[in-house]
Design a protein around this ligand. Structure first.
Ligand SMILES: C[S@@+](CC[C@H](N)C(=O)[O-])C[C@H]1O[C@@H](n2cnc3c(N)ncnc32)[C@H](O)[C@@H]1O
Length: 204
């Protein structure tokens, strides 16, 4: 696995391969139902997604992650646990959201521990920005939510400004995960005694 390309097709029921000729996903066809859709952006190794999908069988979950090995690990876990409400796709988040998700199709976005790009000259590589919030807004259903968490104080402050400046959203109490929903990175940061900053907003 470490030296060879992971065979994500081994778990094809849980993997969506982007189709450049027909990019827009048809959720009812893919999941076999019309249940609400929740999307984890930068889903990593999938600890959060797997825990949520297990506890909420009437919700569909989609992980968007650009690292193939992490997509593979999530799909493998979903397969081994027999979860039918979880899919993951290897794609860059901005591209995946804009091309693959229908407008107003998502009830909740989770953005947990996105890469902080701590050097000032790299800050523009951060995912959360006004244009990205515009994209999330277009994909969110009415009253849909965005939940954000980071260990990085500066990223939290910058995100609070982007969220707070946008009158199309209102601030809501932050999403508090249960123990089994803590992400792989949150477990690492918590072990290092780094506090987590959480922010949540709701589309008006
Ligand atoms: C620090 S990790 C956090 C993973 C997971 N959310 C967690 O908390 O354990 C950031 C993840 O986001 C993914 N990622 C970063 N930028 C991305 C992008 N533009 N599109 C898709 N995935 C991205 C990385 O590959 C990585 O798996």
């Amino acid at each position: 696995m470490r030296n060879s390309r992971p065979d994500i097709l081994a778990f094809q029921d849980h993997v969506i391969i982007p189709d450049p000729d027909a990019p827009t996903l048809h959720m009812a066809e893919l999941y076999g139902n019309d249940n609400p859709l929740e999307v984890d952006i930068g889903s990593g190794k999938g600890r959060f997604l797997i825990a949520r999908a297990h506890k909420h069988p009437d919700v569909n979950y989609l992980g968007i992650e650009r690292q193939l090995g992490r997509v593979y690990r999530t799909a493998k876990k979903a397969d081994h646990r027999g979860l039918t409400n979880i899919k993951v796709t290897q794609v860059e988040a901005r591209l995946g959201l804009s091309e693959m998700l229908p407008d107003e199709s998502v009830t909740t976005f989770y953005i947990f521990f996105p890469d902080p790009w701590p050097k000032r000259r790299h800050e523009r590589r951060r995912l959360v920005s006004q244009p990205f919030l515009d994209l999330l807004h277009s994909k969110l259903a009415p009253r849909g939510c965005i939940h954000f968490a980071t260990d990085h104080k500066d990223y939290a402050e910058a995100t609070a400004i982007v969220f707070g400046d946008d009158a199309r959203f209102s601030s809501i109490p932050p999403f508090e995960p249960s123990e089994d929903e803590l992400t792989d990175f949150e477990l690492i940061f918590t072990a290092q005694s780094k506090p987590t900053n959480r922010l949540s907003i709701q589309k008006q």
